[in-house]
Ligand binder design. Sequence first.
Ligand SMILES: Nc1ncnc2c1ncn2[C@@H]1O[C@H](COP(=O)(O)OP(=O)(O)O)[C@@H](O)[C@H]1O
Ligand SMILES: [Mg+2]
Length: 251
Amino acid sequence: MAIIVLTSAGGSPGVTSTALGLSLTWPRPVLLADCDRHPNQAVLAGYLRGLSAGGRGLGGLVQEYRSQTGDGVQQLLGQTVQLDDDPVQPRRFLPGFTNPGSALLFEHYWPRLAGQLAELHQTDVLVDAGRLDADGLPGALVERASQVLVLSRAGLPAVATLRLFLPDLIAGLDEATKLGLVVVGGGRPYSATEISDSLGVRLVADLPWDPATAAVLSEGDPPPRRLRERPLWRGYQALSSQLQPLGVTCA
Ligand SMILES: Nc1ncnc2c1ncn2[C@@H]1O[C@H](COP(=O)(O)OP(=O)(O)O)[C@@H](O)[C@H]1O
Ligand SMILES: [Mg+2]
């Protein structure tokens, strides 16, 4: 199994859409974990179209941690919901924080969650870590992660903002080589290679600019015809195959 963390420096380049797109194209069992410290309902109200999590998620997990009921992988899985009904590759979603103060209360529990995620031996984990802020990323998650992907759009404001956050982001990594760059919409106007060279961060992917496909994920829009042939979907498939650890190619 692998833990891969996705984040951004600012704006809204598409961290959640990308984490979701990768989860839905991941060629092995996968858990998408919403660990964004800024509470949002992007997946439940967007792609899952208003699904009620019934109290499951990081909030429910905190209550269990506090009451000491249960432990290990089953406790974690009990707080997840199904992401789709693919019988071959189970895909689950761990909902995130539901009120603004809860991330602060969770600081103490990141190591416990990271340990549980690492125990999911047959399942890879994609962590939506949201936007970086002054506190950086939860260290316990980063330590367990095999890769930390920072996403950016290709315009100057996005790249210049990422440059501001890079020193702290790199300082927070136990191994600098874990860091990779995913450009969303390379060529608008700067190419992904130009951005990677100018920031000195390894380029992992250049995802196509494709608002209609992205809106299926971020807004719950009805899928366009031949979703799987859309450029962005193919981009997610290619990145999933590239990232997942065993080198199994995606169907
Ligand atoms: N590859 C893409 N091409 C075009 N629009 C995208 C792409 N990825 C995401 N978006 C759009 O960008 C907006 C922000 O996406 P979201 O995933 O919520 O970003 P974040 O999690 O970084 O805040 C949404 O409107 C989404 O549809
Ligand atoms: Mg998001």
